[in-house]
Every structure is written in structure tokens, then in C-alpha cells.
Design a protein around this ligand. Structure first.
Ligand code: AMP
Length: 219
């Protein structure tokens, strides 16, 4: 099993697709956003710093993300492959990630860039709801991805919440950050011949089919 990395703008469907990959391939899903949201709940200096940064849509300091990622990748469950989402998010982070992988004896694997246009992202961002328990993702603006009962998770019955950076103002900052800082890493991975671009302006099922094909043909 090769490792998998997603590169995509906010609300492009990375989290939803990662869940489907986990279900089929039983590898851990490492999302820096999820890890940071957990730390943001802590009543500490770092918790407050992360909560404020997340709410603004800006990026958290590199040194913090490097420590979190290295610590997580050292865990045993990553030995047979993992899916990383939300990291790296800048060229500096990609260069550091290459070093971390080398140190741990891992390969970058398949890098998948999910391309979605800005208008679609804006529509998705305001409708996104996440289960506070199992992290399943819904969209109340799309009948196909809406929960059966409002605010209740279909999977585990947990309560659904709206991320406090899922508003149009924070979206503009996050999207701008993506264009400026994250997009340049696409070329970095193209140069390593590990990147595949896919069209994410499609249904969840069709996008997953394309991802699944990349994973299953590259073993
Ligand atoms: P996400 O869940 O991937 O949309 O990430 C939510 C927020 O977490 C981002 O807008 C950033 O504030 C922060 N974040 C996630 N990953 C990183 C990263 N690799 N570097 C810096 N900040 C990050």
C-alpha cells in the first residue's frame, strides 16, 4: 500500500474522500486540521493560539505542525500506509515533509490534487456540517449529502456542528492562502513524478472512483 496525500482547496472534499479511502483500505487518516481542532479545545496558551488562528483562516506556525506530523507518523499504525490531508500546505512544509519521510524511511506515495472551482467551494463551505463524535461530513445544501435528521449524524447519532472557519469571510482568507502558499507544492510533486490531478467538481462517488483507480493501479 502506497501512502496517499491530498492537495486541495478548502471544502474540495478532502475529508469526505479520505473517509472513503479509510473505509476501503483501512489505513489511518491524518488530518492536521482535525489534530489542530482538538488542541484548540485545550485551555492553554497553545490551545488559545491555535483556536484564534483557525478561526481567522490563517496558517498555524510551521514548527507546531512539524512536531505534530512527525509524532503522528511515528505511530505504529502508519507502517502499512496512511493518508495525509492538510499537510504540507506550503513549499517550506513540503521540503520539511520530504525530510521527515526520509528520516522515518517512508515514501511520499501518491499525491492527488483535487481541483474544484471557487464558486462551488463557496457553496459547499456554508453548508458543511461535521459530526463532533466520528467526524463524518455532511452538506445541508446538497440533498445527496444532507443528514437524514437535521443536526444528527447518520453514522453514529452524534451531534453535528459547523466549523467556525466555515464562513465566507474565513473562506476568502483560506482560499487565498491556498492559492498563494499551497498551490506551488503541486509543481514540487510534479517534478517528483508522483502527482495526479483529478476534477473534484463531480459527485462524491465519481470523485472516489477516480481516487480509487489511482490507488489500486499503483500498488
Ligand atoms: P483544514 O481542516 O485542512 O481545512 O484546516 C483547517 C485550518 O487548520 C487551516 O485553515 C489552518 O488554520 C490550520 N492548518 C491545517 N493544516 C495546517 C498546516 N499544514 N499548516 C498550517 N496550518 C494548518
Amino acid at each position: 500500500m502506497k501512502n496517499i496525500m491530498f492537495i486541495a482547496p478548502p471544502a474540495a472534499g478532502k475529508g469526505t474522500q479520505a473517509e472513503l479511502v479509510v473505509e476501503k483500505y483501512h489505513i489511518p487518516h491524518i488530518s492536521t486540521g482535525d489534530i489542530l481542532r482538538e488542541i484548540a479545545k485545550e485551555d492553554s496558551e497553545i490551545g488559545t493560539y491555535i483556536a484564534e488562528t483557525l478561526a481567522s483562516g490563517r496558517l498555524v506556525k510551521d514548527e507546531i505542525t512539524y512536531k505534530l506530523i512527525e509524532r503522528r507518523l511515528k505511530e505504529k499504525d502508519c507502517k502499512n500506509g496512511f493518508i495525509i490531508d492538510g499537510f504540507p500546505r506550503s513549499l517550506d512544509q513540503a521540503i520539511e515533509y520530504d525530510k521527515i519521510l526520509k528520516k522515518l524511511g517512508y515514501e511520499v506515495g501518491n499525491v492527488i490534487s483535487i481541483v474544484v472551482d471557487e464558486k462551488t467551494l463557496e457553496k459547499r463551505i456554508t453548508g458543511r456540517r461535521v459530526c463532533e463524535n466520528c467526524k463524518a461530513i455532511y452538506n445541508i445544501n446538497d440533498p445527496k449529502s444532507a443528514p437524514t435528521v437535521e443536526s444528527v449524524c447518520d453514522v453514529c447519532g452524534g451531534k453535528l456542528f459547523q466549523r467556525n472557519d466555515d464562513n465566507l469571510e474565513a473562506f476568502q482568507t483560506r482560499y487565498q492562502m491556498y492559492k498563494e502558499k499551497t498551490e506551488p507544492i503541486i509543481d514540487h510533486y510534479k517534478e517528483q513524478h508522483v502527482l495526479t490531478e483529478i476534477d473534484g467538481n463531480d459527485t462524491v462517488e465519481n470523485v472516489f472512483k477516480k481516487i480509487d483507480q489511482i490507488i489500486s493501479t499503483s500498488k
